[in-house]
Design a protein around this ligand. Structure first.
Ligand code: GDP
Ligand code: MN
Length: 361
């Protein structure tokens, strides 16, 4: 789950990373008297999760005279189509230099990777493209409690010790919060010290419970519904709805769809022992995606009974065609029920997937 800047800054600050003084203001809040606490010269920042926010007009400079209007305007605006519900009003830092630091996971190397550049700020993507060598990177075993000194020096080069210290603290946050991404761009030096001028933190969805987060805000309505029923469900952007039992069989179905050059609309594993009601919910959930043109149900009956599955498919009664491949417990009864209603069944996974792909061509 992605945290917003002000939430990430709160967490960074608890780990001893200095962040600018600021106040959060929502659409319905009245503007607090900020000049006494954070000064005359401020930055007003839209709390939206979009890349390139500053360039898109989501980071505005203001002073005592213009703050009211600036904040009101930003709070009624959209940044790249995302409505601004909250703004963070912060002291404007007298920035001397902007660094870039980002910690993430390199899945192919199976290690944590830390990126650092002396030229941080809004043009970092441009730097990555035109001068990739300017971004240094080191891999680190995530079991290490700190970034070893020699790696800190390799990564940060001649940046001040306080910058290295902030990078190490960010690494603590990354580990402690089960993060997939922890980033500060820019990490800035000022006459008063080093500050995180911006903050990004993405928590691994599998760790939300451990992190005390009860609601995953990033889920779509359908994903929330799936979670309620205990389905493993991921939305994709294709046209073939997929229901399987067991993660392996469902993944194999997705692979086969890809192999036959179709595009899956989702991954949905109903789990073992799914009864009629569960199957019915699953079929309706998948069919509810506007892009879905056909649904493939691929089930192996073990503890799951094929007749229950068939009843679930029939009860769901969706408008799109359903292609079924089922085998195992009570297979004959399941097939009889579906045949009665004219459902299309195919004996092998290959044939079933090919038929589904053809139905979307
Ligand atoms: P982003 O576009 O979402 O990455 O927004 P940032 O929070 O990184 O802000 C974009 C840019 O605005 C930064 O790279 C800085 O150059 C500038 N900026 C942000 N906060 C301050 C500040 O307190 N003082 C000054 N002088 N510039 C700031
Ligand atoms: Mn930034």
């Amino acid at each position: 789950m992605k945290l917003l800047e002000y939430e990430a800054k709160q967490i960074f600050s608890e780990e001893g990373i200095r962040v600018p003084r600021g106040v959060l203001v929502g659409r319905d809040d009245s503007l607090p008297p900020v000049t006494d606490t954070i000064g005359d010269s401020v930055v007003v920042k839209a709390q939206v999760d979009v890349g390139g926010r500053g360039k898109a007009g989501g980071v505005l400079m203001a002073d005592a005279g213009t703050l009211g209007e600036t904040a009101r305007n930003l709070l009624s605006a959209e940044i790249k189509g995302v409505p601004v519900l909250k703004v963070l009003i912060e002291e404007r830092l007298p920035i001397e230099h902007e660094y870039y630091v980002s910690i993430t996971i390199d899945r192919s190397k199976k290690e944590t990777v830390i990126l650092f550049a002396d030229t941080g700020g809004v043009d970092i993507e441009e730097t990555a493209r035109t001068n990739p060598d300017a971004i240094r990177s080191v891999g680190i075993c995530p079991l290490l409690p700190d970034i070893p000194g020699f790696l800190q020096r390799e990564l940060c080069g001649s940046a001040p010790a306080e910058v290295r210290d902030a990078v190490n603290r960010l690494y603590h946050v990354f580990c402690a919060k089960d993060a997939l991404l922890a980033e500060i761009n820019p990490l800035v030096t000022t006459p008063q010290g080093v500050y995180a001028a911006d903050a990004k933190l993405i928590i691994d969805d599998n760790s939300l419970a451990r992190q005390g987060i009860t609601v995953n805000r990033d889920l779509t309505e359908r994903e929330k519904e799936a979670e309620k029923h205990g389905f493993s469900y991921v939305e994709l952007d294709g046209t073939i709805g997929v229901i399987g039992n067991g993660a392996g069989l469902t993944m194999a179905t997705l692979d086969l769809i890809d192999h036959f050059r179709g595009r899956a609309a989702n991954f949905l594993d109903v789990g073992g022992g799914a009864d009629q009601e569960r199957v019915c919910h699953a079929v309706r959930l998948v069919a509810g995606m506007p892009a879905v043109e056909v649904v493939i149900v691929n089930l192996l009956g073990g503890i799951t009974r094929c007749d229950e599955v068939a009843r679930g498919i029939i009860a769901a009664d969706i408008p799109q065609p359903v292609i079924v491949r089922m085998a195992g417990t009570n297979e004959e009864e399941g097939k009889r029920l579906l045949a009665e209603r004219g459902y299309r069944m195919l004996g092998s996974m290959d044939e079933a997937v090919r038929a589904a792909v053809e139905a979307t061509e």
